[in-house]
Every structure is written in C-alpha cells, then in structure tokens.
Ligand binder design. Structure first.
Ligand code: COA
Length: 274
C-alpha cells in the first residue's frame, strides 16, 4: 500500500479470501503516527470495507531495524503515539480538522473484525489504535499508556472516550492523569488486553484467533459487530431491543439455515456470505 503502511494478504484456512495484516512501518520513530501514516490508514480502511476478499484485519507495528554502527537498537513498539515533532508550533486551527477526521476513526469504522497485535510500546495514539480495534493481543513485554499529560495534552484520537468503556472510569482517570504506563500483565488484568503471550508466540496466537473469526459468515460477523457496538451508545433496555431485532433478522438469512443444517449434519458450514 505504501512504505509507511505495509499490507500482507494471508490466505484464510477455509480457502476463501484473506486476512489483511497491516503493519505501521516507521520503526526508527517507534511507528509514531505522522500525517502520512494517517492518510494511508484512511485509504486502507476504505479499501478493506470495499474489498469482499478481506475477512479480518490485523493491525501491528514494524519490528525495530538492526542498529546502525555505534547506535543502540531501538525498542520494540506497536505505536509510540502521534508524531510529536508535528506538534511543534501547531495551533488549534492546524490540529482540529486532522484530529476530528483521523486514521483511528477510520479503523473504528471498518465493518469487519479488527485485531491489534501489540509487541512493545502502545502509547498515546498507539493505545488509542489498540482501543479502536475489536480485540487486543499483546506480548508480555508490551507497555500501554496515555502519556499525553506529560506534553500538556490529553488523548485526542478518542482515547478518553473509548478507554473508559474498556477499562472503566477509575483506571482511565489514573492512566490519563498520571501519564504513567502499565505493564501487559496489568493490561490483561483490567481487560485492556484480551490475551498476553510470549513475544515469539504473538503472531501464532493472533493468527489462530483471526483464522477462527475469518471462518464465520461475513454477514453475521458484521451484524455481531454493530450489535455489540450498540451497547456503547444505548442503555440496556434499548440495547436489548436492538439485539432482539438483529437476532430476528438473521432468521431470514441463508447463512442461518446453512449454519443450523451444518450443525445437525456435523459438517462444516459453507456460508453464502463468505
Ligand atoms: N513522536 C515522534 N518521535 C518519536 C515518538 C513520537 N511519539 N516516540 C519516539 N520517537 C522517536 C524518538 O524521538 C527517537 O528518534 P531518534 O532516534 O531519531 O532520536 C526514536 O523514536 C526512538 O525513541 P527513544 O525515545 O530514543 O526511545 P527510548 O527507548 O529511549 O524511549 C519511549 C521509548 C517510548 C519511552 C519514548 O520514545 C517516548 O516516551 N515516546 C513518546 C511517547 C508519547 O509521549 N506518546 C504520545 C504522543 S501524543
């Protein structure tokens, strides 16, 4: 797709379509999000939503390059936040439109399942990219945090709003107000990470989950994602009504019949909405 955003197409095990592995590729700057990455992210999201062959998206950060002579190896990073060099001298006018319509929101608006595969620092915008993905899988050496307060800022890619839904009010307050990072163990304990594994098992674990999800009906996955998301914008009474309606609608789909018949005949379902 571009040098700052690499896309690998990994074939689905059921032989249909592929999993798009999207790598943010600025390892020398800890994969920080500059304007170029954000533009490419938006293009990638549009491409994913319009390409029927993409069944699941994995977002990750590039591994560090080997060190140049006399220099130390850069640390592992998922994403170490927005590119701070772009903040120098910037005014609200410069920033406002970029932050209202940004690459994080475009990932949030992907209609297919998304997984953040995190190995290393997930700070600021990195934590926020993780939060816009449906599932977060991290290596044990990862660190999560919202250090913007140290720059006189707060999270700007939806972090205050989404983190609070994932980890609750108290933990969000502490993370945002202190700016201090938390370990992968703590991220797991507070529900920020779905799974943590040794770094050499991260890809395997992520692919296992991606392949399991990608083998389901794309239509049903889409309905599941939007119905679960409805819990963010609605109270329980309204949310349960939305779910009941979506559940009932699925009874008019061929995939419901295919799934039920496949279960009864002990076969693998051959989904219509692949
Ligand atoms: N924006 C721009 N450049 C960044 C960056 C960011 N958010 N995070 C790291 N980098 C760059 C560093 O400037 C450095 O570049 P250089 O080698 O050309 O000087 C390179 O990435 C490596 O980072 P460095 O700070 O040397 O690594 P470290 O191991 O000493 O520290 C961190 C790692 C993650 C603790 C540290 O880089 C950091 O605090 N980054 C900023 C995190 C942040 O505040 N994010 C929120 C932004 S809103």
């Amino acid at each position: 797709m571009s040098e700052v955003l690499l896309v690998d197409e990994i074939a689905c095990e059921n032989g249909d379509g592929f999993i798009a592995k999207v790598t943010i590729n600025r390892p020398d700057k800890l994969n920080s999000l500059n304007a170029n990455v954000m533009t490419k992210m938006k293009e990638m999201a549009t491409w994913v939503n319009s390409n029927d062959d993409v069944r699941c998206v994995i977002i990750t950060g590039a591994k560090p390059n080997p060190p140049t002579e006399g220099k130390r190896m850069k640390p592992n990073a998922f994403v170490a936040g927005a590119d701070i060099t772009e903040f120098v001298g910037a005014s609200s006018e410069d920033i406002r439109s970029d932050f209202e319509d940004n690459g994080c929101e475009s990932i949030w608006n992907i209609t297919k399942p998304t997984i953040a595969m995190i190995d290393g620092f997930a700070l600021g915008g990195g934590c926020e990219i993780a939060c816009v993905c449906d599932i977060r899988i991290a290596s044990k050496r990862s660190m999560f945090g919202t250090p913007e307060i140290k720059l006189g800022l707060i999270p700007g890619f939806g972090g205050t709003q989404r983190l609070v839904k994932i980890v609750g009010l108290g933990k969000t307050m502490e993370m945002v107000m202190s700016g201090e990072p938390i370990s992968a163990d703590e991220a797991l304990a507070i529900g920020l990470a779905n799974h943590i594994v040794e770094h050499d098992k991260l890809e395997e674990k992520t692919m296992l989950i991606a392949q399991t999800i990608a083998s389901k009906s794309m239509h049903t996955l889409n309905v599941a994602k939007k119905t679960i998301r409805a819990a963010l914008d609605n109270g329980i009474t309204e949310g349960v009504k939305i779910e009941a309606n979506e559940f009932a609608n699925l009874f008019d789909t061929e995939d419901k019949e295919i799934g039920v018949q496949a279960f009864l005949s002990r076969e693998t379902p051959n989904w219509k909405h692949r």
